[in-house]
Design a binder for this molecule. Structure first.
Ligand SMILES: Cc1ncc(C[n+]2csc(CCOP(=O)(O)OP(=O)(O)O)c2C)c(N)n1
Ligand SMILES: [Mg+2]
Length: 349
């Protein structure tokens, strides 16, 4: 039997966590390269410094591929969670490069894809709304008597939207088995937390809805895992919605096009010294959980995997324009919308 190390995880599980952190980092670094090479079609929203939050949280859930496991709603920055839930690496690159072969057939350009068997649903772009969606999904678990929990990620900025409050209240009142993961990265685009809330911690919002909350160092993958494992156990035992705050820092701009010139460089340097991947790497070595050679081999392996997957996606076709109306509800014979009836078309004048 495998030896329990920390926190109740065996060596293989610790290596799996390490691998997931490396994969997240390598996949995003590969995207950066693809963007510079002109292969990408949309924006790139990196999760640098936040990887352990997504990885540690998803690792604490039941991940299955037959539609009976727990259910995830990631954000664009919760890439590690998406991979742990079985999000395919080639599909990931296909999405970012709008390949016709990707899950959304090139219709959008990042993580808005869905797989009900693996158990994840892509984010709806208006911030806060995924809380409402996931309240509904987890209510269905209760109504059907299914032993499943849901997990929804959202940014600290998103927790100031009306949808967030309504969704949370509903989930709390209905005792939905839903874990709310607050990505407290201290920024919402260029707005710092102080312009977002008067609270010291986003967990202080939880008592207003009668739910339990924990705040955790989001750079510490094992601490995140433990906190979420506790929250998941509470949610599973009928205690309903739970909140976990991930404390960390958005070390890059909102997206690659954002120069982040409104952030104090000293602060960025301070958080760079708390890099979640390097912290876990050092811990693995210090505790004797794995030798350096084994860890470096994992890093090389995932970088290689990313290169191969990206090359495969590059070689695949972009969508054929007229296919854009396939699989969508449309009525081309619809009358001209009244809202536009009076707008003259300057081209025909
Ligand atoms: C309701 C709504 N308002 C504004 C936007 C535009 N927008 C997209 S991301 C973003 C900032 C989000 O900040 P946060 O929720 O903290 O997430 P982070 O980017 O820090 O991960 C904004 C304002 C949106 N998508 N939806
Ligand atoms: Mg934020």
């Amino acid at each position: 039997m495998a030896e329990n190390l920390s926190p109740g995880l065996d060596r293989d599980q610790l290596l799996e966590l390490y691998r997931a952190l490396c994969l997240t980092r390598a996949a995003e670094e590969r995207l950066e390269l693809l963007q510079k090479q002109g292969h990408m079609t949309g924006g790139l929203y990196r999760s640098l410094g936040q990887e352990a939050g997504a990885v540690g949280a998803a690792f604490a859930l039941r991940r299955r591929t037959d539609g009976t496991g727990d259910f995830l709603a990631p954000t664009v920055r919760a890439v590690g969670a998406l991979f742990l839930f079985g999000g395919d690496l080639v599909d990931f690159f296909r999405q970012y490069m709008a390949r016709a072969t990707g899950p959304t057939k090139g219709r959008e350009a990042n993580v808005h894809w869905v797989d009900y068997q693996k158990g994840f649903v892509g984010p709806v772009s208006p911030l806060g709304t995924m809380l409402e969606v996931m309240a509904g999904i987890t209510l269905s678990f209760n109504l059907r008597g299914e032993d499943r929990v849901g997990m929804v990620f959202y940014g600290d900025g998103a927790s100031s939207t009306g949808a967030w409050h309504e969704g949370l209240n509903f989930a709390a009142v209905q005792r939905c088995p839903l874990i709310l993961m607050v990505e407290a990265n201290q920024w919402a685009f260029s707005s710092p937390t102080v312009k977002n809330t008067r609270l010291e911690s986003f967990t202080e919002k939880a008592p207003g809805y009668g739910i339990a909350a924990e705040s955790v160092d989001g750079t510490d993958v094992l601490a995140v895992y433990e906190a979420v494992a506790r929250a998941a156990a509470r949610a599973r035992s009928g205690e309903g919605a739970q909140m976990v705050e991930l404390r960390y820092f958005r070390r890059l701009g909102h997206a690659q096009h954002d120069s982040q010139d409104y952030v104090d460089p000293a602060l960025i340097a301070e958080w760079a010294a708390r890099d979640p991947l390097e912290l876990f790497h050092t811990r693995m070595l210090d505790r004797g959980w794995a030798p350096e050679g084994e860890l470096l081999a994992i890093r090389q392996e995932v970088e290689q995997e990313c290169e191969v997957a990206a090359e495969q996606a590059i070689a695949e076709p972009m969508p054929f324009g007229p296919d854009a109306v396939d699989d969508v509800y449309t009525d081309v014979s619809m009358p001209h919308p009244w809202t536009r009836a009076e707008i003259s078309d300057s081209r025909s004048a």
